[in-house]
Ligand binder design. Structure first.
Ligand code: BES
Ligand code: MN
Ligand code: ZN
Length: 490
């Protein structure tokens, strides 16, 4: 999908040739004398149109307007959230019509957040998965032009938003792929494909190298599968070498049967989404390649299947993690933490400014927070606040959960340093407490995206979350524009 910008007033927009013109109307906007303002004003006065966020009035060949289809789209108070709702319903309506190009018109100068919201919403509402369909229809809408009072002023923000969309869609693509089309090997190749783009390096380790590193916990999960594991390391260097990186660790279970502690059959297909943490890391790197921000980022993805087999890990087995800590595996379905713990130990070598792991870790987190907010756990208050506010700005919400040491009581065992599960109570928190043991020496946060990474039912599919949150967090770490310009001048 292509995003463009154009300087357009309401007057000029009336004679703009496009398949569809979406006019964002905020509450209390004063109607001008131009055709479009008059149409909106009359429709509101007659009670036929309500400028509440997400409300639509569809017009066909209105007099004095060049576009055949005109949609008045209520943008409420003009906030990013309202703009998102407006563009989502407009594009949701237009996507089934023979519309290739559309213009989204902002009557006044939009905020950066409103630009981002409109671009992300347009992509979101027109997205179509095609990879494993024989008669791929794909998305019909190819070009969205943002009409604004001054195109030059928003160009950089539109480019950034378009990069974010590329990242979200890369994450969705890999999340949505069936498990036989998204094996650990294929994830490794997807990561490598990113390294052909600007500033990204990629290294993919296999079973031998992982054994040499001593990742006994990760290897134990992988040992029940015919598919060889992959340990993927991505690096993006947009800032000076001396700038310490943020490390992102993504859970890459390409299919989670539960292993010997096997899951019930119902909806087990959805466990193909158990690599959405990994997909979000890939998505972030896809976006970094486009946006080229002045930050350093490392991405780490432990990828394998969790399968039952004659060689599988068994309940009661004790494994030795890369950190040296021994783990009693009481439930083979609590496998995410077993692969993440070794990745967290590995992260230490980058002397990171912060480590954020992203994982579809617990059903308990779905019960706690549903599909609205991801669970946020952090050992560091500043990191927690930065991630939470990045999520707010990007409309990709999370909510901080507690990490009191008392929650770790249930992880005690007589047979190893730690058990991989505690009781049912507080399951999202006890999982985080397990991970925390392996995140000793750096600021660490954990995002449990089990409820937010995909949707079930008729709209089944990956959401691409939390790519927007992570990008917002990373881009905010760039030096202020003034400092950047001064550096360039030197
Ligand atoms: N991948 C699942 C978590 C999950 C389950 C996410 C359902 C979304 C929906 C994870 O590996 C898992 O199976 N966790 C167990 C942990 C339990 C055995 C302590 C769970 O949540 O049931
Ligand atoms: Mn599991
Ligand atoms: Zn899992």
């Amino acid at each position: 999908m292509d995003f463009q910008t154009k300087t357009l007033s309401l007057v000029a927009a009336a004679s703009e040739k496009t398949d569809a013109l979406v006019v964002l109307i905020t509450e209390g906007a004063k109607p001008g004398k131009d055709v479009l303002s008059k149409l909106a004003g009359e429709a509101i006065a007659a009670g036929d149109f309500d400028p509440k966020a997400g409300k639509l009035l569809s017009l066909y060949k209105p007099a004095g307007v060049s576009a055949r289809r005109v949609l008045l789209a209520g943008a409420g108070d003009g906030s990013a959230k309202a703009v998102r709702a407006a563009v989502a319903s407009a594009v949701g309506m237009l996507k089934s019509q023979p519309v290739r190009k559309l213009v989204v018109l902002f009557a006044g100068p939009p905020s950066d957040a409103a630009i981002q919201a409109s671009v992300v919403a347009a992509a979101e509402s027109s997205y179509a998965y095609t990879t494993t369909k024989s008669k791929a229809e794909g998305r019909k809408i190819t070009t969205v032009t943002l009409g604004v009072p001054d195109a030059a002023k928003v160009r950089a923000q539109v480019a950034r938003a378009a990069g974010t969309v590329a990242g979200i869609e890369f994450a969705k693509e890999w999340g949505n792929r069936p498990p036989n089309h998204a094996t650990p090997t294929l994830l490794g190749e997807a990561a490598r494909s990113l390294a052909r783009k600007g500033g990204i390096q990629c290294e993919v380790l296999g079973p031998k190298e992982v054994a040499r590193l001593g990742m006994g916990s990760f290897m134990a999960v992988a040992q029940g599968s015919e598919e060889p594991l992959r340990f993927i390391v991505l690096k993006y260097n947009g800032a000076a070498r001396s700038v310490t990186p943020v490390v992102l660790v993504g859970k890459g279970i390409t299919f989670d049967t539960g292993g010997i502690s096997i899951k019930p059959a119902g909806e087990m297909d959805e466990m193909k989404f158990d690599m959405c943490g990994a997909a979000s890391v890939l998505g972030v790197f896809r976006a970094l390649a486009d946006i080229q921000p002045a930050v350093n980022v490392v991405g780490i993805i432990p990828a394998c299947e969790n399968m039952p087999d004659g060689r599988s890990l068994k309940p009661g087995d004790v494994v030795t993690s890369m950190s040296g800590q021994t783990i009693e595996v009481l439930n083979t379905d609590a496998e995410g933490r077993l692969i993440l713990c070794d990745a967290l130990t590995y992260a230490e070598r980058f002397k990171p400014a912060a480590v954020v792991d992203i994982a579809t870790l617990t059903g308990a987190c779905v019960i706690a927070l549903g599909g609205v907010r991801s669970g946020l756990f952090a050992s560091d208050d500043k990191l927690a606040a930065d991630l939470q506010s990045a999520g707010d700005r990007a409309q990709d919400l999370c909510w901080r959960m507690p990490l009191d040491d008392d929650y770790a009581e249930g992880l005690k065992t007589n047979f190893a340093d730690v058990a991989n599960v505690a009781g049912r109570a507080g399951g999202a928190i006890t999982a985080a407490k397990f991970l925390q043991r392996f995140a000793g020496s750096f600021a660490w946060a954990h995002l449990d995206i089990a409820g937010t990474a995909w949707k079930s039912g008729g709209a089944k599919g990956s959401t691409g979350r939390p790519v927007p949150l992570l990008l917002e967090y990373l881009l905010a770490r760039q030096p202020a524009p003034a400092a950047k310009a001064a550096r360039k001048a030197r």
